[in-house]
Design a binder for this molecule. Sequence first.
Ligand SMILES: *[C@@H]1O[C@H](CO)[C@@H](O)[C@H](O)[C@H]1NC(C)=O
Ligand SMILES: *[C@@H]1O[C@H](CO)[C@@H](O)[C@H](O)[C@H]1NC(C)=O
Ligand SMILES: *[C@@H]1O[C@H](CO)[C@@H](O)[C@H](O)[C@H]1NC(C)=O
Ligand SMILES: *[C@@H]1O[C@H](CO)[C@@H](O)[C@H](O)[C@H]1NC(C)=O
Ligand SMILES: *[C@@H]1O[C@H](CO)[C@@H](O)[C@H](O)[C@H]1NC(C)=O
Length: 422
Amino acid sequence: MAFKRLLPLVALLSLLVAPPSSAVPSLQPVVLVPGNTCSQLEARLTDEYEPPPASGCGVPRQGRGWFRLWENFTALQEDSFLFRCYADQLRLVYDPRAGDYRNVPGVKTRVVAFGTTRSFGSDDPARKNVCMEGLVEALERVGYREGENLFGAPYDFRHAPAAPGLASRAFSDWSSSLRLLVERASQRNGNKPVVLVTHSLGGLFATVFLDRTPLRWRRRYVKHLVMLCLGVGGSPLNMWPLASKALASNPASLQAAVLTYGNRSFASMFSLLPSPRVYGRTPLVITRDRNYSADDMPEFLAAAGFSGDEVARYRTRALPVTLSLRAPLVPMTAMNGVGVPTVDQLVFWDGNFSGKPQLVNGDGDGQINLETVLALQRLVEADPDQPYFKSILIPNTTHKGMISDQSALKRVVSEILIGASS
Ligand SMILES: *[C@@H]1O[C@H](CO)[C@@H](O)[C@H](O)[C@H]1NC(C)=O
Ligand SMILES: *[C@@H]1O[C@H](CO)[C@@H](O)[C@H](O)[C@H]1NC(C)=O
Ligand SMILES: *[C@@H]1O[C@H](CO)[C@@H](O)[C@H](O)[C@H]1NC(C)=O
Ligand SMILES: *[C@@H]1O[C@H](CO)[C@@H](O)[C@H](O)[C@H]1NC(C)=O
Ligand SMILES: *[C@@H]1O[C@H](CO)[C@@H](O)[C@H](O)[C@H]1NC(C)=O
């Protein structure tokens, strides 16, 4: 294939025109924004922390400084009692006075290694290649160097962007840090604008971030947005883990609880629910007595046991973000997998949301439906102010495969390089 030969050639040419250095100087700086659960979190417990009764969760850690809360698979293997502690400490609570989500009292958290890609891996063998570690390696093979022209913007995935005017301190802080990171990356690289590369939920964070920056800034600093594995408007699959209160309160493991959005306390669990703009009245959850479409999401959440306040937060905080997604107005390439069975509808025929649903599959990457990718194309193409836009569909490629299959990675890297040289 042509691009196979192109990659070394690009690297070689730039070596010829510039003095050798550890990084290839002609490369555009790249900032990676990983998917859901792909950022590491550290926690510190203060005296204010009240562990669950008889759990022993406080004593060994209180006043002992920072430790890895998400995720330390090794520690959970060594001590299964930790599961209950970490689950409790990962919870968010909504603070009505601040109008925002925060940690439970006595738990301080921070994202590990912001600015770098060093925290994208996992010590859980089952989670190998789920995050962007394969993409980091592929970029290093064409000359990228951590901290020189390759950067990472991990974020606290429990939080989410909120509707304009509402507080989401975690998202605002991340946005400020990302803005500085992008500027610094550009300065370190001869003032070249950066290529932002996102996977899955990272695409939502990045597009909302961009939407809230001044257009002049965006056009000065962002050369190309390469958005992997995300359409516009969430996916019906994300309704499944929210369906059962019983399953969420009794998950098999910390990973199961968090990875499936199973934790109903996270602000982000509402962020990728199917959009009424994409799905409208199409039935997504089917029962004998009634169906739930994206328009009926508040009723669905209520039927799934969410409180009136929680449903109100879906309506006022998360839904407006979904409904107001816009073209980024910087050059953009969307890359998505197709040809993989992807849940379009969940059938809980007897109406028991704790049971296993029958799945009706459509097309997509296993998590992101083709329908939402086509909706993204229409949205971006309809904006007269959108510059270059390309949507690439890669057959037989899964959500995870896009950032781990060697053939998909080659395509991704070549798009990053093409954007960089145009
Ligand atoms: C995970 O826990 C183990 C011990 O249980 C510890 O040795 C290791 O340092 C921890 N990992 C991180 C990244 O903190
Ligand atoms: C999720 O939240 C519930 C309470 O809403 C809590 O009991 C549970 O431990 C939390 N689990 C995780 C994994 O955070
Ligand atoms: C629910 O949707 C299914 C599939 O579209 C349809 O056949 C059925 O009649 C609907 N049921 C109700 C109660 O509206
Ligand atoms: C719903 O399904 C769950 C899991 O299969 C089962 O334990 C529970 O008894 C069911 N509830 C009802 C009301 O049938
Ligand atoms: C799809 O990918 C799977 C696994 O990578 C492979 O076994 C299968 O042959 C592929 N199918 C097509 C139609 O390319």
